[in-house]
Design a protein around this ligand. Structure first.
Ligand code: GLN
Length: 506
């Protein structure tokens, strides 16, 4: 048994806390020490709240020793993606335009973390406003992949995935609009879960595309994701799209890890061409492991997935252009005056601020979205994309007639090198080819590690389930995790090269 709390899963930490073998202050301090030692190399965090986290930890310890009613995860610390508002803590969404903004309120999911007594270690790095697949679009510099510091940790939530993967937090919160929880999990050898749309409150999330956004867990094990899902999920009257039903039995499903008799559908359009051969091989081997455990494999076809990426890149920019209109230099963060203008008008200040405060990718999408929504083009672009969205949802409905869950590789490749796709937006967008359909249809998706590619880097396995049946994906993910644990003789992450010895190129 290891004595280093940063090596334990959240479930193991919860057990040690309950048994009185570790205190929350010890656990939290161990993570803060490791952040100090290792995060200068990884840059998973934009802001670390040392004092706040330790105070919350002390309070969690007090609650436990006073015999008060506590939650399973009371005292287990967590990192939160910087797109989630945290009262009194900087929240930038990775953008310069929000530099210096301190939210006056907590997102509902943060309130729930606090009620559960989970100390918040800090805020994690991300692509600006969650636009990207590599975290290179952050205004505050990229995050690095703990497996290879010259590689991307995925995006937009690369900070949360890297924090968990580098043992800088046992748990983290991510948000997934087109894959930003699942794709970072895939390339960092961690677990990422996007719940059913409406399963976790969006109140207090800085909106990217409101009809697609969903917050969820980033962890090292499937059970940890389920435990966290249970804390943050459930109805919230502050979010009109929140589902008014109990959280699906995700923890129970993760513990049972049973796929006996389950029909698992391989989506023809999400395999083969376009997926790296080693990624495809690890995927096929994982499917075989699930068959060994009693699952039945069927092949399904979702013909409209070919158009899903194009539809997403019209719907997302359209919603984003509208959501980002509020950053007008008057209400939040940055304000700059246009150069050389003595008494600038409000419009001039707004234009200068948005020019200075937004990065290239954000500007690209705001322009694209504004165009797609403009009179005369609306039907041809936005309207057409919405029709494709309906067809994608119908493809899923038909596929779920034949299969209980659907599976695919999470991402077409393992982690690419920093800089490789930065100048080629289309190449960057194609990373999300397998994750986007779930967001368009509002269904839940999970990424679990499926082993290593030929380059020694992690490969992700995606499980998709029908809306509100999140427990099904946890059951399959946990079964695969258990099978692979046996095959490898330990967690995949234990094979990651020692971060402590890696050099960072500047
Ligand atoms: N990479 C996708 C994009 O750039 C997904 C983003 C997300 O899920 N937030 O839009």
């Amino acid at each position: 048994m290891t004595s280093d709390p940063t090596r334990l899963s959240a479930a193991e930490l919860a057990d040690r806390l309950a048994a009185g073998e570790l205190s929350s202050v010890e656990i939290t301090q161990a993570h803060l020490d490791r952040i100090d030692a290792v995060d200068p190399k990884v840059h998973a965090y934009l802001h670390v709240d040392r004092d706040g986290a330790l105070a919350q930890a002390a309070e969690a310890d007090r609650r436990r020793s006073a015999g008060e009613d506590v939650a399973a995860l009371t005292g287990v610390p967590i990192a939160v993606k910087d797109v989630v508002t945290t009262k009194g803590l900087p929240t930038t969404a990775g953008s310069r335009i929000l530099q210096g903004w301190i939210p006056p309120y907590d997102a509902t999911l943060v309130t729930r973390l606090k009620q559960a007594g989970m100390p918040i270690l800090g805020k994690t790095n991300m692509d600006e406003f969650a636009m990207g697949s590599s975290t290179e679009h952050s205004a505050y510099g990229p995050t690095r992949n703990p497996w290879d510091l010259e590689r991307i940790p995925g995006g937009s939530g690369g900070g949360s995935a890297a924090a968990v993967g580098a043992h800088l937090a046992p748990l983290a919160i991510g948000t997934d609009t087109g894959g930003s929880i699942r794709q970072p999990a895939s390339v960092t050898g961690t677990v990422g879960a996007k719940p059913t749309y409406g399963g976790v409150s969006r109140y207090g999330l800085i909106a990217l595309a409101s009809s697609l956004d969903q917050a969820g867990p980033c962890t090292r094990t499937v059970l940890d994701s389920a435990l966290l899902h249970e804390v943050i999920g459930g109805h919230d009257p502050m979010d009109s799209t929140s589902i008014d039903a109990p959280v699906p039995p995700v923890v129970e499903a993760a513990r049972r890890a049973d796929v006996t008799g389950l029909r698992i559908g391989i989506v023809r359009e999400l395999t083969g061409d376009g997926y790296a051969p080693d990624v495809q091989r690890r995927f096929d081997e994982s499917v075989a492991l699930l068959t060994d455990r009693g699952a039945e494999i069927v092949e399904v076809s979702c013909p409209h997935f070919e158009q899903a990426l194009a539809a997403y890149y019209l719907i997302l920019p359209s919603e984003a252009s509208s959501n980002l209109a509020k950053f007008d230099a008057m209400r939040y963060g940055l304000r700059v005056g246009p150069e050389g203008v003595e008494r600038p008008s409000a419009e001039q200040v707004m234009a200068a601020t948005r020019d200075a405060g937004f990065g290239d990718e954000v500007k690209r999408r705001v322009i694209l979205g504004t165009y797609a929504l403009s009179a005369g083009y609306y039907d041809a672009y936005y309207g057409q994309a919405q029709k494709v969205r309906t067809l994608v949802a119908r493809d899923f409905a038909a596929a779920f007639e034949q299969a209980d869950v659907l599976v695919s590789p999470t991402a077409p490749t393992t982690a690419f090198r920093l800089g490789d796709k930065l100048d080629d937006p289309m190449a960057m967008y194609r990373n999300d080819i397998a994750t986007i359909p779930a967001n368009l249809a509002g269904i839940p998706g999970l990424s679990v590690p499926a082993g290593l590619g030929d380059d020694g880097l992690p490969v992700g396995f995606q499980v998709l389930a029908p809306a509100t049946r999140d427990e099904l994906m946890y059951g399959v993910g946990a079964a695969l995790e258990a099978a692979l644990l046996q095959e490898w003789g330990g967690p995949l992450l234990d094979r990651a090269p020692a971060l402590e010895t890696m050099e960072v190129a500047r």
